[in-house]
Structure formats: structure tokens, C-alpha cells
Design a protein around this ligand. Structure first.
Ligand SMILES: [Zn+2]
Length: 66
């Protein structure tokens, strides 16, 4: 376990500092992306990582709605 690792803001996988992409938003929060794929899915495609099987945030069976 290293302190230099952050979870990817999209897929949830660990991102080593120095690799991946850091994005500082206007509201002051900081996002980390392990790859351009995650960044694109988050920023351009605005996908929900819980619906994508390749992320660690994927919810099996889909997200329940009321
Ligand atoms: Zn990722």
C-alpha cells in the first residue's frame, strides 16, 4: 500500500501518482483518472461507472430505481 496511489474517479481502480491524469475542477475538488478512457467516459460521454462492467463501481444486476 502506497500513499502515492489514489482511486480512479471513474473506474475506482488505484492510480499511481505520476501515471494517470489529475483534473482540478472549478469547485475545488480533484479528480483522478487512470487512463484517457476513464477521463473521456466521465467528461465527454458522462457515463455512469455503475453501469459499466469494466469499472470496479459496477453494480451487478443494474441500479435499482424507485
Ligand atoms: Zn479508471
Amino acid at each position: 500500500m502506497s500513499l502515492l496511489v489514489k482511486p480512479c474517479s471513474f473506474c475506482g481502480r488505484p492510480v499511481a501518482k505520476g501515471s494517470g491524469t489529475m483534473l482540478a475542477k472549478n469547485d475545488g475538488s480533484v479528480l483522478w483518472f487512470c487512463s484517457a478512457k476513464c477521463k473521456k467516459n466521465f467528461l465527454e460521454l458522462k457515463r455512469d461507472p455503475r453501469k459499466l462492467k469494466w469499472t470496479e463501481k459496477y453494480v451487478k444486476g443494474g441500479i435499482r430505481r424507485k
